[in-house]
Design a binder for this molecule. Structure first.
Ligand code: CA
Length: 256
């Protein structure tokens, strides 16, 4: 007896896509708001990414994740909770970066999202430039991601990434290798939160899922290296359960 024919693809998602390069990182946008989803689709297509857009949990589950490089995930979806979807995607592909897009700005919501396996989050409304910076950070191993600047300056700190040199107020400081890498990540996102998962994956190991105690130890060492006496008067702000933020000096604040 022949096997039953495959059911008709009645539930195939109507994935949006635009004419975009076929080689850039593939971004799966899971967002039910048409204005945001459609806007992201166009914007990312114009920035060298391959965006795909679906609007429901059901569509996102159907979308094969094999070729996706990064996920943008709205939490409030019409047919389910984005947090559950986040956990499921994390189980299916442990290394897949998931960035939560949320209007829920309460810190507890963000912590729950990060605990569900997201590497990063953006609170709506967010600026496109900020989203692009996050996408670059999370797809930087992709061969078609444009290079990031090699020399970073925030206040009196200057990092030459290629030469691996750090200057503070013109005086060279010699941090340990991981301290340098951590500071580089913080400086690339100066004024914005670097989540614990983001720091761990970018400084230690892409698939790092253990205790993040070592991160706190390195932050403490870095503060000392920068001549700071402790967390209370540090240019690196602690966001408990979320991550760290390198503060911009007031005169650099125009890009916030
Ligand atoms: Ca929504």
């Amino acid at each position: 007896m022949p096997p039953d024919p495959a059911p008709p693809p009645a539930t195939v998602p109507t994935l949006g896509s635009v004419n975009s390069p076929t080689t850039g990182p593939a971004v799966l946008i899971i967002e039910d708001d048409e204005g945001i989803g459609g806007g992201l689709l166009r914007a990312l297509g114009g920035q060298g990414y391959r965006p795909l857009w679906c609007q429901t949990v059901a569509q996102a589950r159907i979308q094969a994740l094999l070729d996706i490089d990064v996920v943008l995930l709205d939490l409030g979806l019409p047919d389910g909770d984005g947090l559950n979807l986040c956990r499921q995607l994390r189980r299916q592909r442990a290394e897949l970066p998931i960035i939560i897009l949320t209007a829920r700005s309460a810190e507890t919501d963000i912590v729950v999202g990060l605990d569900a396996g997201a590497i990063d989050y953006l609170v709506k409304p967010f600026r496109l430039a900020e989203l692009l910076a996050r996408l670059r950070a999370h797809t930087r191993r992709h061969p078609d991601v444009p290079a990031e600047p090699d020399v970073l300056t925030v206040g009196d700190l200057t990092v030459d990434v290629a030469a691996r040199r750090l200057h503070r107020a013109g005086v060279e400081v010699q941090p340990r290798a991981k301290e340098f890498d951590l500071l580089t990540v913080l400086m690339r996102h100066a004024g914005k939160v670097v989540t614990r998962a983001m720091a761990m994956s970018q400084v230690w190991d892409e698939n790092w899922y253990g205790s993040t105690k070592t991160l706190d130890v390195h932050i403490a060492a870095l503060r000392q290296r920068l001549g700071e006496s402790g967390p209370d008067n540090s240019r690196i702000t602690t966001l408990r359960g979320v991550g760290y933020r390198l503060e911009l000096p007031p005169e650099d604040g125009q890009d916030r």
